[in-house]
Design a protein around this ligand. Structure first.
Ligand SMILES: NC(=O)c1ccc[n+]([C@@H]2O[C@H](COP(=O)([O-])OP(=O)(O)OC[C@H]3O[C@@H](n4cnc5c(N)ncnc54)[C@H](O)[C@@H]3O)[C@@H](O)[C@H]2O)c1
Ligand SMILES: [Zn+2]
Length: 697
């Protein structure tokens, strides 16, 4: 291909990947592939500068600002970092630094490269006033309310001779444990999963609802301090001071003198970093002296005094021993590759340990769906390549076809029937996944429906988690959501089970003691007050997500009216299409579902909408004012407001001397709390509030 066309194509492709990555938090290719393409483009542009495109990704920082937040200009531009995946290029970087500094002695600071999103925080007179994303490097999104949910980020700092205005920068990230929890939750809601913690962090920092951001337990490491004057002489000094002022500085950095020491640091962390609680994708190397940093200067998109070394995702051959088929919570069938190491090719599978990949043994990798099997052209007993994408989820990247000469392979036959219940599988037009339509008898689907039912966005029975549901299901105590309402102390107390996690080999013990049982029953009881729209969502009707449920609840107002609605009436509701209408009709035509709804109604769940004005429950809060702040266990904010009003109280937005109560949830801003204390406002916990209204509702 001619170089001009190649430059045009690469520019277009890379810009597309950038948009997907920075705006949609989706990686269509691996970082390594992206970086190789960018390098190729850079080389072509160097050779044919005349063909460089106006929007070349080699000249700009990749991100953009969004429309959802207001854009803020950075006082100092936020740049990217040059990167490399090999040691030779690192030595070339060192040569450039040496030349650039004309023989002066210099030092490096090596730090871990945290995989999240770049953030900038401005402090005025010691108070945190603003938090902004990197955006396009010149302007970023103002996400101040969201970054205030980071618990380790000080809202106020004091220190000797702190400048009146300064900026700190760092990496906002999602700890791996939060990431896994979030994805499990997304899965149970039937939503798309995040591929890695970076994409999850990026999406979570840019949510509209900061209470939801708070719930996702984000964190941040700080690594840079900036002011107008020369405050510090070196990066080392600034790191030490940041730490002493109470900023969260990762302890993993080191000052070194030579590039060999840098490389030793890189080797040292290659495996060690995998046991950190957050994802890291490399090492950042920075010239220590600020004066030398200034001498070296910047290119269009990155400093010349720093570089990042990125670890390549480890890619290893493995043998595909057999394929199993998992049935998901909404019946989706996912083929899973069961792998062994090459040396274990003929070993009985129960003795197989798996392939050693990025610090762990991998025995399983998802094959996603039937299309993916075709795309890979994979066969049984094939030699395949496995990689951990985002260092977390193992993935099969290709097949070593040459090995088919030495080892016999067989075609993979996708099952026609559900491995769990035997029902014939279906695939909807235009969809890639097969599913088991037997949603009222297929065990994983039954379990999945109960898990969905208790979810925070549905009936919000937080005292019951996945493990407990699993146990109750296996014991036959809870087979449908309606069975939850028949539970009592005598059949719960003393239940016990050890659950083995097959991946980690760890055993988790669950046992129901008095306190647990009490909490479970309380949670179930409280769920009877959850509004109709949540109940409707909780039923788990295919295609009826939270938003659709709300629309239907507003329109039909009761389960009776919805059940009686004809196809025409259903599609007559704005934004309700044929697919949803059909799904609702078919749901209510199944006898098991009819029975379920009846039992739930008898149990006392809200089966109709309480239209405003709010139905009065009591007058106990008459004349009292409330400010609600933070996140609550049993209520969404709106529900809490309704509850207060239903009992005669009023909800205000700001704390003042006249206020009666500050209702304080988790993660509330400390400034509000402080103000309330000063003004002598009574601070209520959620429990205290519940007690206040308990006698009457
Ligand atoms: N897979 C895809 O589709 C896709 C698309 C676009 C970009 N990308 C990836 O993103 C990269 C570009 O992103 P980028 O411009 O943010 O570059 P980068 O992530 O490679 O490096 C720069 C960033 O590193 C972060 N960082 C982490 N720890 C740091 C530390 N200790 N000190 C300083 N900075 C630290 C900062 O946020 C900084 O902005 C590409 O090279 C590619 O790997 C992937
Ligand atoms: Zn089934």
């Amino acid at each position: 291909m001619d170089p001009q066309q190649q430059i045009i194509d690469l520019t277009r492709k890379l810009n597309h990947y950038n948009t997907r990555y920075y705006q949609d938090d989706v990686s269509e290719v691996s970082d390594f592939e992206f970086d190789q393409m960018l390098k190729q483009l850079k080389a072509l542009e160097d050779q044919y500068p005349a063909f460089m495109q106006g929007d070349s990704p080699t000249q700009r920082v990749g991100g953009t600002v969004t429309k959802t937040f207001s854009a803020v200009y950075h006082r100092y531009p936020m740049l990217s970092l040059d990167n490399t995946y090999n040691e030779q290029e690192l030595r070339n970087f060192d040569d450039r630094v040496r030349k650039g500094l004309d023989g002066e002695a210099y030092e490096y600071i090596c730090e871990l490269k945290f995989d999240g999103i770049s953030l900038s925080f401005t402090y005025e007179n010691g108070v945190l006033v603003r938090g902004v994303t990197r955006g396009d490097g010149t302007r970023g999104d103002d996400i101040t309310t969201n970054i205030k949910t980071i618990r380790t980020l000080p809202l106020r700092v004091s220190g000797e001779a702190l400048p009146p205005v300064f900026e700190v920068r760092g990496e906002g990230f999602m700890p791996i444990s939060s990431f896994q929890k979030l994805n499990e939750e997304m899965e149970s809601l039937g939503e798309n999963l995040y591929a890695n913690p970076r994409n999850a962090a990026s999406g979570s920092f840019k949510l509209q609802d900061s209470a939801e951001t708070a719930r996702r337990a984000l964190d941040c490491y700080l690594y840079s301090f900036i002011t107008d004057n020369d405050f510090f002489k070196s990066h080392e000094e600034s790191l030490l001071s940041l730490k002493s002022w109470g900023f969260n500085v990762s302890p993993g950095w080191r000052k070194v003198q030579t590039i060999d020491e840098v490389i030793a640091f890189i080797h040292e962390w290659e495996e060690k970093r995998l046991s950190l609680p957050l994802a890291t994708d490399g090492i950042v190397i920075k010239v220590n002296s600020f004066e030398q940093q200034r001498e070296l200067g910047f290119t269009a998109k990155s400093p010349r005094w720093a570089i990042s070394y990125k670890y390549k995702a480890e890619n290893k051959p493995a043998v595909l021993r057999f394929v199993t088929y998992q049935v998901g919570r909404i019946g989706t069938i996912t083929p899973v590759a069961n792998l062994s190491d090459l040396t274990e090719r003929t070993l009985p599978y129960n003795q197989v340990k798996g392939v050693h990949l990025s610090g762990t043994r991998v025995k399983r990798a998802t094959l996603h769906n039937a299309n993916e099997l075709e795309r890979l052209g994979i066969r049984l007993y094939d030699t395949v390549f496995v990689e951990k994408s985002g260092e977390i989820i193992p993935k099969i990247t290709g097949v070593d076809v040459s090995q088919r000469e030495s080892y016999e392979t067989k075609p993979i036959v996708f099952p026609t029937h559900c491995p769990e219940c035997g029902h014939e599988l279906q695939r909807n037009e235009g969809e890639v996944a097969y599913f088991c339509p037997n949603d009222s008898h297929c065990p994983p689907q039954l379990k999945g429906r109960i898990e969905h039912f208790i979810h925070r966005k549905a009936m919000n029975i937080e005292s019951l988690g996945e493990g407990k549901i699993e146990l109750l299901f296996d014991l036959g105590l809870v087979k449908t959501p309606a069975d939850l309402y028949d539970l009592n102390e005598s059949n719960l107390l003393g239940i016990e089970k050890s659950i083995l996690n097959e991946e980690t080999g760890k055993v988790k013990k669950i046992s129901f003691r008095e306190k647990t049982v009490e909490n479970i029953l309380k949670g179930i009881e409280l769920s009877k007050t959850v509004p109709f729209k949540n109940v409707l969502f909780a039923l788990g009707i295919r295609f009826v997500g939270a938003t659709v449920a709300e629309k239907l609840a507003t329109y039909f107002k009761s389960i009776r009216a919805l059940r009686a609605a004809t196809y025409e009436q259903l599609t007559g509701v704005p934004e309700i299409g044929g697919r949803i209408a059909m799904s609702i009709e078919s749901y209510f035509s199944v006898p098991e579902n009819q029975l379920l709804v009846e039992r739930l109604e008898q149990a006392g769940l809200q089966m109709e909408t309480n239209e405003k004005p709010v139905e009065k429950e009591s007058e106990v809060l008459e004349g009292k004012t409330f400010v609600i702040s933070g996140v609550f266990e049993h209520f969404e904010r709106d529900d809490l407001k309704e509850k207060i009003e239903a009992n005669g109280g009023r909800v205000l937005s700001g704390v003042s001397g006249k206020l009666n109560y500050l209702l304080a949830g988790a993660n509330m801003g400390p400034s509000k709390l402080e103000k309330a204390r000063k003004l002598g406002v009574t601070i209520l916990s959620e429990e205290e509030f519940l007690a206040m209204i308990a006698n009457i509702s």
